[in-house]
Design a binder for this molecule. Structure first.
Ligand SMILES: [Zn+2]
Length: 112
């Protein structure tokens, strides 16, 4: 039998374990349990997933790509999860970060 002591990197927010520090740091930035990623949008009846067009530059050309994005039916804006703040789609329309708290929130299963 062989034994080996290893260093494990553990997510501060959810406890997931990694053997590589970089992988753990990348996970922590995206982790849904990270308070910086908190959003009240999931579970709200106004949240919908829709197809949209993302515009991006490739050299000096403007290209388009079909993407699926979140949208708030109540506010009429596209929503980007906080984890993707620095990597958001250019939809040529208002595209805001999902809020941590929202006065318009209504639970998706609420009656009426
Ligand atoms: Zn985590």
């Amino acid at each position: 039998m062989k034994t080996k002591e290893v260093t494990l990197y553990i997510c501060e927010h959810c406890g997931k374990k990694y053997q590589r520090e970089k992988a753990c740091l990348a996970h922590e930035a995206m982790c849904y349990h990270n308070p910086e990623n908190k959003t009240c949008c999931y579970g709200c009846k106004f949240l919908e997933k829709v197809a949209a067009t993302h515009y991006y530059n490739y050299g000096d050309r403007l290209l388009e790509k079909k993407v699926n994005v979140f949208r708030c039916k109540k506010k009429g804006v596209y929503l980007t999860p906080p984890q993707y703040d620095n990597d958001r789609y250019d939809l040529h329309a208002e595209n805001v970060t999902m809020p941590a708290e929202c006065a318009e929130y209504v639970w998706q299963y609420a009656k009426g």
